[in-house]
Design a protein around this ligand. Sequence first.
Ligand code: DGP
Length: 114
Amino acid sequence: MSDDLFLKIISREIPADIVFENDDVLAFRDVNPQAPLHVLIIPKIHIRTINDMQQQDAELFGKLFFAAREIALEQGIAKDGYRVVMNCNAAAGQTVFHVHLHLLGGRKFDWPPG
Ligand code: DGP
């Protein structure tokens, strides 16, 4: 847990461009954006991957999606559309092991993803 980069963003040890915060969730712009809007939405507690999610975390994961909705509305991408993605482990490309929902918008996305 001590190597959890995103806990350091929550505690403001590492700076980030924060766009949303409440008691449970923090959201900030991705340092390597893949779309005009690329925000990472994270829980304020350490959960490594979706595989580590417990039954009692279900509501918290719902709050990540609700934050995505709020940010999309606030940033003006809700009507055109946007994508939310959560990578789990190496095959999906997860590189930071503190669960995070990617919110991407401001351009058209292909399907299936690469
Ligand atoms: P993933 O591949 O799903 O684990 O995505 C991790 C994302 O985190 C990746 O898009 C880049 C972003 N990221 C990594 N380090 C930092 C950081 O220090 N600050 C910010 N804002 N984003 C970071």
